[in-house]
Design a protein around this ligand. Structure first.
Ligand code: SF4
Length: 336
């Protein structure tokens, strides 16, 4: 490992200037694994321990190339659909959640299901079910084709309307007396979501807000940390995969808050050294599905390239832990 010093700074999202002109790295905190990803990864780990390979996982357990590859090497088989899993086998549902239809398919195939859906995604599923039952039309703000919104919308497909920007809002048409509420995907940009809500309110002034935030604490905390750093760095490197919604939002947030260049990389070796030319300050963060070892790789590379000083900027601390699916919790006797 290259020489590297990490110091810690706690601060709020202000727009202060660098305190010194040396080449330096500002490292966002919080970054990386959230409680939902931690639980999903541990669900696969414990399933491997308890049942042995092969374990089937529907879709990527979390949207990170490294995590998926590491599990594949250990005998995990990732499939796109439950129908690809052999009858009676063990299958884990990913952190992004699944629709009731997928649960039905699993029952038909008599699969042993281990559900790693993040409890904060499940919360949005419950909201959809509750408001659909109460006769609402539900505007779901989210990204077309994302697994999470497919699962959430699947709870009440007839009354959920997915919107992703102005065109989708323009296309909505409800009679005036329609009971209307908006909900959202958990991993969106907070600011962009509020822009969409503003458009919705202009068109449907009576639309109701969700009972609580759907954009999860981890997504919000990682964006706040990026906002604190973005005005102080010339380049922001976000570690994360291209299909990770919350990681991609971090790149956008960095660019919107003052960083000139920002890139999403899975691994340190994807950093183009030309990005560092003439740059004195680099911000580093990672999406909620990214193991810390990948961030260390980026910091090592930066140290080798003349950025040995790393200042960690902490805007929040996180201590949330979700318990494992019931089938994988230690039994009482094992705990005694
Ligand atoms: Fe859950 Fe949020 Fe993590 Fe997604 S990003 S797994 S919703 S805590």
């Amino acid at each position: 490992m290259a020489d590297m010093t990490i110091t810690n700074t706690a601060e709020t999202a202000d727009t202060g200037q660098p305190t010194h002109a040396d080449k330096r790295v500002l490292l966002a905190a919080p970054r990386g694994y959230c409680a939902g990803v931690d639980r999903a990864v541990e669900t696969v780990e414990k399933s491997l321990e308890k049942y042995g390979a092969p374990i089937y996982v529907r879709k990527e357990i979390v949207h990170n190339k490294h995590v998926v590859k590491t599990f594949e090497d250990r005998g995990v088989i990732f499939v796109d659909e439950t129908t690809e899993v052999p009858q009676g086998a063990n299958v884990v549902f990913s952190a992004h959640g699944v629709s009731p239809m997928v649960h039905q398919e699993a029952r038909k195939l008599e699969l042993n299901t281990l559900d790693a859906t993040c409890p904060l995604v499940t919360k949005v599923h419950h909201e959809v079910k509750r408001f659909a039952k109460q006769g609402y039309q539900i505007v779901l703000i989210g990204h077309h084709g994302h697994e999470e919104v497919e699962g959430t919308a699947g709870e009440a497909p007839d009354v959920v309307h997915l919107v992703d920007g102005q065109d989708d809002v323009n296309a909505l048409d409800f009679p005036e007396d329609t009971k209307l509420i908006w909900l959202s995907q958990t991993t969106l940009s907070v600011d962009e979501t509020m822009d969409t809500v503003k458009m919705l309110r202009e068109k449907f002034p009576h639309i109701q807000d969700p009972p609580s935030d759907d954009i999860c604490y981890a997504t919000q905390n990682r964006q706040v940390a990026v906002k604190a750093i973005a005005p102080k760095v010339e380049l922001m490197i976000v570690v994360g995969s291209q299909n990770s919604s919350n990681s991609k939002r971090l790149v956008e947030v960095a660019l919107q808050h003052g960083t000139k260049e920002s890139y999403l990389v899975d691994y340190a070796d994807q950093i183009d050294l030309a990005w560092l030319e003439g740059v004195n300050s680099v911000g580093v963060t990672s999406g909620a599905s990214v193991p810390e070892i990948l961030v260390r790789g980026v910091l090592d590379l930066l140290a080798e390239q003349g950025f040995p000083t790393v200042e960690e900027v902490t805007t929040a601390t996180e201590d949330l832990i979700f318990s494992l699916p019931r089938e994988l919790r230690p039994s009482r006797t094992n705990r005694e």
